[in-house]
Design a protein around this ligand. Structure first.
Ligand code: F6P
Length: 547
C-alpha cells in the first residue's frame, strides 16, 4: 500500500495543473457558451428521476477528460467495486463499508467474511415494518393502553440527522395524526421542548445509537426514562415506551431496554451512512413501510447507476470530480447546497455530516500527511431564504463558491390552489439565480441602463460562479433516496481521489474525551489535570457565575 503515490505526484494531477494554468485566470462561462452553445444539452446527465445540468461549470471537454483520467489513475472504480463487494476498505477501523447492502434486493448476495448479509438486512426491515405498522394502526399501545400519538427519536449525528431531515423532506407523505420530534442536543432544553406538551402515556421513545455509548444520547435517553416513569410510576412501562436502534445489544440491555425491542444494524454501516438502516425507524413510522421501501428503491437506482454508468455519464463521479477541480485546482474552500424546496430545509445540514465527517481528513490512507486540500466546507439553506441573506457574497464577494441548486418541476401533493401556483415563482428564482451567477451583468450592460458611472462598479456582476442544477419531477420518497445516494457516492469519489479513508471519524474523539474530563471540574470543582491555562480560567469563570 505504501507504494501508492500521493495524488499530487501523479502525472494526471500535473496535467490538470497545466490545464488550469493555460486557462488562467479562469475559464469564462460566457466564452465557453459562445464557443459551444451545445454544452447546454451535452453537459447533462440523467439518473433515475434526476436531471443534472453541469453546463454552468468552469470546465470544457478537455477539463472533464483530464479529471476522468485522474479518477482512473486513482482507481476510483476499483475502490468502488471493493466497497460494493464488502471488502474492508475502512482500513483504520478494519471494517467493510456496506451501506449499499441496506437497499439491496432480497435475492442479492453480498458477503462480509463469507456470510451473506442481505437476509439479515431484510429480516430487520421486516421487523421494522411490522412494528411501524402496529404503531400506525394503534395496535401497539402504551403502558396504560393508550394509543401512541407521539414518537421522539433520541440520537445524534448520523442517528439523528438522517431521519430528522427525511421526516421534513417527506412531510407530505407522513401520517399527520402522529407527532414526531427529534432530540439530539445534550442541552436539556432540547428534550424539555420536545416533551413539554406531550402525554407520556401516548409517547414512544426511539433511542438511536450505533454504539449505544454516545454520552449525549444516553444522557437524554436516561432523562426521558425519568420523565416517563415520573408520570407512569411503573418500571414495566419502559418496555412499551422505549425501543432501541443499535449495533450493541449488550449496552441496550444494560440501559434497560429489552432486546426484543431492539432493531439491529451492523458495524459495516457507518453512522453517517446509517439512515436507511434501522436508524430510519422513526421515518418508517411516519411515512409507512411501503413508502420507506420506495425510498430504498430510490437509493438503489443511484447505486446501480454508480456501478454501471460509463465515466462520462456517471453522475456521482462527475459531481465528485467537479468538486475536485474547484477544491484542488481553482482554490475553492467551500461548496454550497441550495435546495429550492421548503421540505429540504435540513438537507444541507444532513450533507454536512455526510461530507465533512467523511472527508475532513489530513492524512492519507497510508498515514502520510495530506499536503493537498481535502473535503470542502459544505453549507447552505433553502435557496430563496439564502437569496436574502448570503447570496450577496456569492454574487459579488471575492470567493469562489461552487453551488448545487436543487429543484422540482411540481410542488408536492397536498399543495393546491394559490399555494401550488407559487411553485413557478419559487422555481423562477432557482433558474434566475443559476443564470445570474453564471453570466452576471457586465459594466456595459449596466451603463446601457443609464446607471451613473460612479455606480457602475457596484452594480456590475462578474458572474462566472459555477452551479450544478439538479432537477427532479417531484420530491417523492424515491427521489429523496436518489438524492442521498448521489451525494453519498460523490463523497466516496472525492475520498478515493484524495486517497483518504472517508469512513472513519477519529477527529471527533478528542473533544469527547476532554468533555468527560472537564465535566467533574464544572460539577464538583475537581482539579482537572492537563487543563491548559486558558481553559482553566474559563472553567473558573464559569463556576463563579454558576453559583
Ligand atoms: O460524531 C461522531 C459519531 O460517531 C458519528 O459518526 C455518529 O453518527 C454519531 O457520533 C453518533 O454515534 P452513535 O450512533 O454511536 O450514537
Amino acid at each position: 500500500m505504501s507504494d501508492v503515490p500521493e495524488p499530487t505526484r501523479r502525472p494526471q494531477w500535473t496535467a490538470l495543473e497545466n490545464h488550469r494554468r493555460d486557462t488562467l485566470p479562469r475559464p469564462d462561462l460566457r466564452e465557453l457558451f459562445d464557443t459551444d452553445p451545445s454544452r447546454a444539452e451535452r453537459y447533462v446527465v440523467r439518473v433515475g428521476d434526476l436531471r443534472l445540468d453541469y453546463s454552468k461549470h468552469l470546465v470544457d471537454d478537455e477539463t472533464l477528460a483530464l479529471l476522468r483520467e485522474l479518477a482512473e489513475a486513482t482507481d476510483v472504480f476499483g475502490l468502488r467495486d471493493a466497497m460494493f463487494r464488502g471488502e474492508r476498505i475502512n482500513t483504520t477501523e478494519d471494517r467493510a463499508v456496506l451501506h449499499t447492502a441496506l437497499r439491496a434486493p432480497r435475492d442479492a448476495v453480498i458477503e462480509v467474511d463469507g456470510e451473506n448479509v442481505v437476509p439479515a438486512v431484510h429480516a430487520v426491515l421486516d421487523r421494522m415494518a411490522d412494528f411501524a405498522g402496529r404503531v400506525r394502526s394503534g395496535e401497539w399501545t402504551g403502558h396504560t393502553g393508550k394509543r401512541i400519538r407521539n414518537v421522539v427519536n433520541i440520537g445524534i449525528g448520523g442517528s439523528d440527522l438522517g431521519p430528522a431531515m427525511a421526516y421534513e423532506a417527506l412531510r407530505a407523505y407522513t401520517d399527520r395524526s402522529l407527532t414526531l420530534r427529534f432530540v439530539s442536543n445534550v442541552d436539556g432544553a432540547d428534550l424539555h421542548e420536545a416533551t413539554r406538551d406531550l402525554d407520556p402515556a401516548e409517547t414512544l421513545f426511539i433511542v438511536a445509537s450505533k454504539t449505544f455509548t454516545t454520552i449525549e444520547t444516553i444522557t437524554n435517553a436516561t432523562s426521558a426514562r425519568s420523565w416517563l416513569l415520573d408520570a407512569l410510576g411503573d418500571e414495566k412501562a419502559v418496555a412499551r415506551h422505549f425501543v432501541a436502534l443499535s449495533t450493541n445489544a449488550g449496552k441496550v440491555t444494560d440501559f434497560g431496554i429489552d432486546t426484543a425491542n431492539m432493531f439491529e444494524f451492523w458495524d459495516w454501516v457507518g453512522g453517517r451512512y446509517s439512515f436507511d438502516s434501522a436508524i430510519g425507524l422513526s421515518l418508517m413510522i411516519a411515512i409507512g413501510p411501503d413508502r420507506f421501501r420506495e425510498m430504498l428503491d430510490g437509493f438503489r437506482i443511484v447505486d446501480e447507476h454508480f456501478v454501471n454508468a460509463p465515466a462520462e455519464a456517471n453522475a456521482p463521479l462527475l459531481m465528485g470530480l467537479l468538486g475536485i477541480w474547484y477544491n484542488n485546482f481553482l482554490g475553492a474552500q467551500s461548496h454550497a447546497v441550495l435546495p429550492y424546496s421548503h421540505y429540504l430545509s435540513k438537507f444541507t445540514a444532513y450533507l454536512q455530516q455526510l461530507d465533512m465527517e467523511s472527508n475532513g481528513k489530513s492524512v492519507d490512507r497510508q498515514g502520510r500527511p495530506a499536503t493537498w486540500q481535502t473535503g470542502p466546507v459544505v453549507w447552505g439553506t433553502p435557496g430563496t431564504n439564502g437569496q436574502h441573506a448570503y447570496y450577496q457574497l456569492i454574487h459579488q464577494g471575492t470567493k469562489l463558491i461552487p453551488a448545487d441548486l436543487i429543484g422540482f418541476a411540481r410542488p408536492v401533493d397536498g399543495l393546491s390552489g394559490e399555494l401550488a401556483a407559487q411553485h413557478d415563482l419559487l422555481m423562477a428564482n432557482l433558474f434566475a439565480q443559476g443564470q445570474a451567477l453564471a453570466f452576471g451583468k457586465t459594466a456595459e450592460e449596466v451603463r446601457a441602463e443609464g446607471v451613473p458611472e460612479e455606480q457602475v462598479p457596484h452594480r456590475t456582476f462578474r458572474g462566472n460562479h459555477p452551479t450544478t442544477t439538479i432537477l427532479a419531477t417531484e420530491l417523492t420518497p424515491s427521489v429523496l433516496g436518489q438524492l442521498i445516494a448521489l451525494y453519498e457516492h460523490k463523497v466516496f469519489v472525492q475520498g478515493a481521489v484524495w486517497n483518504i479513508d472517508s469512513f472513519d471519524q477519529w477527529g471527533v474523539e478528542l473533544g469527547k474525551v476532554l468533555a468527560k474530563r472537564v465535566e467533574p471540574a464544572l460539577t464538583q470543582g475537581a482539579d482537572v489535570p492537563g487543563l491548559d491555562p486558558s481553559t482553566a480560567a474559563l472553567v473558573a469563570a464559569y463556576r463563579e457565575r454558576r453559583k
